[in-house]
Design a protein around this ligand. Structure first.
Ligand SMILES: [Cu+2]
Length: 67
């Protein structure tokens, strides 16, 4: 499983927005976003680039980085 840190989530709406953004990336599945911890864990297939994942989260309005 891959894990990223996310900055700027403040409520359940943020958590859902980040989850949707991650699920929109081809090859990403089993997304779990932890609001309190400010992180997300997901399964990423071999076609998934870290840059694409971070860009998807950024487009949703949040800063993200691989831990
Ligand atoms: Cu929010």
């Amino acid at each position: 499983m891959a894990r990223i840190k996310i900055k700027g989530m403040s409520c359940g709406h943020c958590r859902k927005a980040v989850a949707r953004a991650l699920e929109s990336v081809d090859g990403v599945s089993e997304v779990a976003v932890d609001l309190a911890a400010g992180e997300a864990v997901f399964r990423a297939g071999p076609e998934v680039s870290e840059a694409a994942v971070l860009e998807a989260v950024r487009r949703a309005g949040y800063e993200a980085a691989y831990a």
